[in-house]
Write a protein that binds this ligand. Sequence first.
Ligand SMILES: *[C@@H]1O[C@H](CO)[C@@H](O)[C@H](O)[C@H]1NC(C)=O
Ligand SMILES: *[C@@H]1O[C@H](CO)[C@@H](O)[C@H](O)[C@H]1NC(C)=O
Ligand SMILES: *[C@@H]1O[C@H](CO)[C@@H](O)[C@H](O)[C@H]1NC(C)=O
Length: 372
Amino acid sequence: MVTLTTTTVILVFLGVGWGLQLGPVRLVDNKRYISYNLGPSSNNSLLECPYELDEAKNEEIQKISWSLSGRYGKEEVEGFYEWSPSDGVKATGALEGAVNLHRQDGNLELTELRYNLGGFYNCSATLTNGEAQSTARWEALVIETSPNVISINTEIKECSTINTIKANAVYPEPTVHGGLYSPSLSGYYNEITSDQWLKVVYQNLSVAYSVNKREFKIDEDTPYDVYFLFTLGVTKTNGDYISLFSTTGTDLMMSSRGCPALTRKEYQKETYSTDGTKNCRNEYIKSFDNPKVTVTCQEGYHSDGELSSLELTCDLETFTWKDEDGKESNYDLRCVLDSNHDHGNDGGSITVTTSTTLLVMATTLLLCLLQL
Ligand SMILES: *[C@@H]1O[C@H](CO)[C@@H](O)[C@H](O)[C@H]1NC(C)=O
Ligand SMILES: *[C@@H]1O[C@H](CO)[C@@H](O)[C@H](O)[C@H]1NC(C)=O
Ligand SMILES: *[C@@H]1O[C@H](CO)[C@@H](O)[C@H](O)[C@H]1NC(C)=O
């Protein structure tokens, strides 16, 4: 890498030229595609074959030629255009009658737009001294979208959104994606699958997609950052995606966040102040006041420590339960059996011991299995 850079610098200092520089093929203003809807013009359907001559060498262009190939996936060259300041201009095959023959620069301006003028274009330039260069083939797509191409209808029902999407005819066949998108997953959490889309292929090979009343549920498992996203674009043969349409929808239901219920500890009981004010993720959310929970010992048990109960408040910034001092609480009251149940206490201890033994046995068994 370093060697290469050094060589480059030396060559430039010595004033050694590079000869003819050509390509790559591009659309006017580096447009991504040719719009069928805009119609042919030098602002829309102009393919450029950029070149640079070596000034020191007095080079002159003798001709610039273009080929169109790869239409409908076929490999062979089906259209040809050649411009020469001395020998004139010609367009043949698929390009006959479809090119502006009055240009003075060798660029290829389509004066007619047809679906089958989309394909791979390459150009080559020849100098009067015989030197020639050619470019790689570059895919230029002619894309048509129906007017009002997209309509989306969203209904909200309890903890679901129900979407009806219509994407009218697009040529060539578009790539569509829709569903609940999660940036943290860098992808869809719940996406409309290819067999859920209804696809209609028209006679002219344009394609429409639709989906009727697809439901998306929000529940405990739904990531907090999901939002509805629909995208439509066209994918080139090399996998490059041309985005044509994208819409997002947000609903408070999707982003609502609160404190999840405490995981019940042994012999403890939780009483929530805002019973009933829960979001779709089954979390306690603010109604008038921040949600509160009172933790006490179950009937027949009492607290071993100083406190007989704990009052915790949901912190709506961290979504954790905090005690009066604003500290995150482990809400452990250490509940023990009331003393008049002495016999039962023994039973309880035995049960715990037994289950611990079982757990140890199960773990040992698992370890043995893993070693096998
Ligand atoms: C191309 O675009 C420019 C402005 O962007 C406009 O003034 C001009 O009329 C357009 N030319 C054609 C041929 O459409
Ligand atoms: C374009 O590429 C094709 C296939 O590689 C080749 O046959 C053709 O001569 C090229 N055309 C030009 C104008 O360079
Ligand atoms: C292709 O078919 C679609 C659907 O019928 C239509 O909307 C569109 O105008 C047609 N386009 C062409 C260029 O024929």
